[in-house]
Design a protein around this ligand. Structure first.
Ligand SMILES: *Cc1c(COP(=O)(O)O)cnc(C)c1O
Length: 388
């Protein structure tokens, strides 16, 4: 197992140096482009242990899914290689519904129920993923609102599912999940919710199925799991339909699998489940208190920075700055400071290690959620240097 302290003290870890890649101190938060997440030592150790043995992947996927279902008190669940893959696999399941002839043709879907409904006010960057399963995304309503009757009218024998991003539930005049579910269920159509980052407070994770979602997916990158992990949960028959199209049994089963492109290592599967267990059992008050301490250390290190005001804030999952709970330091530069947040950010990024911050208007936002405790003095020194 890698010793995390050792990495911290070595300026360029050998694995990256060998490839000519600069290491990054991530002051932006959880972004796939920066590597996503950092695994806990116990999760990392579990992956190492899993590496020593082969396992029957069919059994591993079944047992790990059952464990997740127990943890969230939902009917069933299945690990997937991320939330994006969960959307593709979940939509494939809604199109094929366990019908072998259909499954064998995926992602060719002519003659199958292959429309996924999306309220226009729910447009977001992952809404194209149902297309991977051969489905068509049919937008309903207007960008600033949908009427329940428009959903009712759009549903027909060609409808595979209604798709809804949880973080936009009720936004932009959209019909809320509870009402969408009532309309869809009356017509036998499942509702599929992308709740990729809706994991805190932890009780929210089980709330979507309770509100009527038939399928819901989460990304492991947001709960301390692997960047490439995630899972889908919900109705047992639909999770069985997911299992029937995913990568398992492509070689040993009676038909070729649509989901082969979404295969996983056993290490990823165990890490996803264990990280979820740790996330649900975690002392989150202590986690937030830790961020507050790190931000305080940064603030002390940057005290008196010319032309700058320092404010502890919260950089939210939907990329807004709000007062609480603290997870970042906002360094705002006055017009007289002779520099700009953009310039400082570029200089920080250009160094080695590269330091990646968020820029919001005239402010540099240093998010500590992905910063190792102990890296704050280095970050503060580099910000001072960058301000010049
Ligand atoms: C990150 C994210 C996804 C994709 O999850 P992956 O696990 O990275 O595939 C989907 N939806 C939302 C809202 C996300 O933030």
């Amino acid at each position: 197992m890698l010793d995390q302290r050792e990495i911290a003290s070595s300026p360029t870890p050998a694995v990256f140096a060998d490839l000519g890649v600069r290491p990054v101190i991530n002051c932006s938060g959880i972004y796939t482009d920066l590597g996503g997440s950092r695994l806990s030592p116990t999760v990392w150790a579990a992956m190492t242990e899993a590496n020593d043995w082969f396992v029957d992947m069919v059994e591993l996927l079944e047992r790990s899914g059952a464990r997740i279902a127990d943890l969230l008190a939902v009917e069933a669940a299945r690990v997937t290689p991320g939330a994006s893959a969960a959307i593709a696999l979940g939509v494939a399941a809604c199109v094929a519904r366990g019908d072998r002839a259909r499954m064998e043709r995926l992602p060719e879907t002519a003659g199958m129920p292959n429309e996924v409904l999306l309220q226009r006010g729910h447009r977001y960057k992952y809404a194209r993923l149902p297309l991977l399963a051969g489905a068509r995304v049919v937008e309903i309503g207007e960008p600033d609102g949908t009427e329940p009757l428009e959903i009712t009218r759009a549903i027909g024998p060609q409808t595979a599912a209604v798709f809804l991003p949880a973080h936009l539930d009720g936004h932009n005049g959209t019909v809320p999940l509870v009402e969408v579910a009532a309309i869809a269920h009356e017509r036998g159509v499942p509702v599929f919710v992308d709740a990729a980052y809706m994991n805190y407070p932890v009780a929210v994770m089980g709330s979507f199925t309770a509100a009527g979602a038939d399928l819901v997916c989460f990304s492991a990158k947001y709960f301390g799991g692997p960047n490439g992990g995630g899972f889908i949960a919900g109705r047992r028959d639909l999770i069985e339909a997911v299992a029937a199209v995913d990568f398992t049994r492509h070689e040993s089963g009676p038909y070729r699998r649509f989901g082969r492109a979404f295969k996983m290592d056993r290490q990823l599967v165990v890490a996803t489940v264990l990280a979820l267990e740790e996330w649900l059992a975690m002392d989150h008050a202590a986690r937030w208190a830790g961020y507050r301490r790190q931000v305080e250390t940064l603030r002390e290190g940057l005290a008196g920075l010319p032309g700058a005001t320092l404010t502890p804030r919260c950089f939210t999952m939907d990329e807004r700055l709000v007062p609480d709970p603290v997870n970042c330091l906002v360094v705002a530069f006055s017009p007289e400071s002779g520099t700009s947040a953009h310039e400082v950010s570029e200089r920080l990024a250009a160094g080695n290690p590269s330091i990646r911050c968020v820029v919001e208007g005239d402010a540099l936002v240093i998010v500590v959620e992905t910063v190792r405790e102990g890296d704050e003095p280095l970050i503060a020194a580099r910000v001072r240097e960058a301000v010049g």
